[in-house]
Design a binder for this molecule. Structure first.
Ligand code: G4P
Length: 528
């Protein structure tokens, strides 16, 4: 086991930001990147967000490859740490993509709007973090505005997200009375000056809150802070690193992203507390990051990032060993050895060929149609990383070709788009239809646009009377056969040949489940 490998692993942090739209994810991302010196990138993040509001703009923007490339994975440095920040699509219609991105991170940063508390999308994303025991750090944003009482915010998080809160900082007032934040663990006061986007605020160390300087600096609000901290000492949970790493506790910070306030403290705490890349499960065994053998899995495929090449980039998260340019690895699903000659890494606004990379890093592989979401690559041992899910679609459309001669192109296009995870494709057991399934309806617009532009297919959608789907299996082959016979009109095969039951309503699904207790209905399915 090489010392260098261990050192490189120890200084890596790979994370994603989760939040409900408008809580301040884009703003915070921008400020974090500014600390890392990736200033150009910060602009790109904002531009992308600006274009996200309308679907058509969003698609145009996606086609302006430069921006989507750089914002999918953002690598920056802070102190001695190498940080990989993975972007998660903000629009809830692309939440499936977000879920998969979250399989590639080691920690998450949750942003909450202090006026709104926990919102719907945050709850959903937290569910994914909980499923995977991903440690979460919380940033309560927009303290420069009037919001909920900080104690109520903590109670809201604890109740709705089922996670214990451990405040590591405490706000002094809010809105017009917002004076700053007191770091409970560093015993430092960070005073807020509205509108000043200073990156190096001076922190005032105040070990003892009885210190008279506090009264000079905060006036009446010093008494409030003392009262709050006394209350917290009795009522709040003390921070426990173990509990945080187990994902049963979240450390909480307060600030104002747009004012770049509290962001530095957040980042400092983040690199100190968040875990370095850890072991990951495969179907056969647990893989430790410091194993000499290189391994990694693909969690996302992004198409058409370079207009000149019409390429598709597969994003691979390295799980163990060192990546070296030109190394040969096995692509286990297709049983082939491939040389990774021009893997790319995403830095600032460029993508560059990389010479080496380590666990936690994300590298981009050129994909010519052979790589799927969920694929594992490793030096030699056949491995298959687990836990990269597909979610049961909630929206369905039938595809009708305008020109029947384009059947082949349609087939190819839909197969590739399904492999990318852009949309799910079902072929009913009866008939020759293509039925598309999506978790969010915007996925349909993007699919149609791409079928036209990339595959020359002119098609339209027709509504179809399905509202939900489940993948099914059964230990008893005879029962399964019987079920198939009776339910043919509702059965289809997905792009990988797995059997799925499509139901016209949740009620109908429940009814069928009751009738067929031997059949197992799965809401999610492992990729690959
Ligand atoms: P998102 O990516 O989570 O959707 O949120 P985003 O950062 O775009 O922030 C949403 C809105 O909240 C933006 O305002 C942003 O400026 C504002 N915001 C972010 N952080 C803070 C904060 O600390 N305090 C206050 N008061 N506002 C904050 P907008 O008007 O929608 O856009 P913009 O024109 O300001 O960019």
């Amino acid at each position: 086991m090489s010392k260098r490998l261990q050192e490189e692993i120890a200084r890596r942090r790979t994370f994603g930001i989760i939040s409900h739209p408008d809580a301040g994810k884009t703003t915070l991302t921008e400020k974090l990147l500014l600390f890392g010196g990736a200033i150009n990138l910060a602009g790109a993040v904002k531009a992308r967000k600006a274009a996200r509001h309308a679907t058509s703009d969003w698609m145009k923007m996606e086609q302006e490859r430069g921006i989507s490339v750089t914002t999918s994975v953002m690598k920056f440095n802070h102190r001695d740490f190498e940080i990989n920040l993975l972007d998660t699509p903000g629009h809830q219609d692309f939440s499936e993509d977000t879920y998969r991105v979250l399989t590639a991170v080691d920690a998450a940063l949750m942003v909450i709007d202090s006026a709104k508390g926990v919102e719907a999308q945050t709850e959903k994303l937290m569910e994914i973090c909980r499923m995977r025991n991903t440690p979460v750090i919380t940033f309560i944003n927009k303290l420069d505005r009037e919001g909920m009482d900080p104690l109520d915010l903590l109670a809201d998080i604890e109740e709705k997200l089922q996670i214990e809160c451990a405040p590591l900082a405490w706000p002094i007032g809010m809105g017009k009375r917002f004076k700053g934040v007191y770091s409970l663990y560093r015993k430092q006061l960070n005073l807020f000056t509205p509108g000043a986007e200073t990156r190096n605020q001076e922190l005032i160390t105040i070990e003892d809150l009885a210190d008279a300087r506090l009264d000079e600096l905060l006036g009446d609000q010093a008494i409030e802070l003392r009262g709050d901290v006394e209350l917290l000492e009795g009522a709040a949970n003390p921070f426990d690193l173990e509990d945080f790493l187990k994902a049963s506790q979240t450390p909480v910070f307060f600030g104002s992203a747009v004012n770049n306030f509290g962001v530095r403290e957040l980042l400092d705490a983040f690199v100190e507390l968040a875990p370095a890349p850890g072991p990951r499960m495969t179907e056969t065994r647990e893989v430790r990051p410091d194993e000499e053998q290189f391994s990694g899995f693909v969690f996302k495929i992004q198409a058409n990032m370079d207009p000149a090449h019409r390429d598709r980039i597969a994003f691979l998260r390295i799980c163990s060993g060192k990546f070296e340019r030109g190394m040969k690895v096995r692509h286990h699903r297709i049983g082939k050895e491939v040389a990774l000659n021009n893997a790319i890494i995403f830095m600032a606004q460029d993508r560059a060929h990389i010479e080496e990379a380590y666990p936690g890093d994300i590298i981009g592989l050129h994909n010519h149609g052979t790589i799927k979401v969920g694929d594992t690559f490793s030096s030699k041992e056949p491995l298959k990383f687990t836990g990269i899910p597909s979610f049961a679609p909630e929206h369905f459309r039938r595809v009708r070709l305008k020109n029947p001669l384009k059947v082949k192109q349609l087939d190819k296009g839909l197969t590739q788009l399904a492999e990318e995870g852009a949309v799910q494709v079902f072929r009913p057991l009866l008939g020759a239809d293509w039925i598309l399934g999506a978790v969010g309806v915007l996925q349909f617009d993007v699919t149609m646009e791409r079928l036209k532009n990339e595959y020359g297919v002119d098609a339209v959608y027709e509504g179809i009377d399905f509202a939900t789907a489940r993948w099914i299996d059964c230990e008893d082959a005879k029962k399964l056969e019987e079920f198939q016979k009776k339910n043919q009109a509702n059965l289809a095969l997905d792009a990988e040949g797995n059997l799925a039951y499509l139901a016209s309503s949740e009620w109908r699904l429940g009814y069928v489940q009751e009738q067929w207790p031997e059949i197992v209905f799965h809401k999610t399915r492992e990729q690959g």
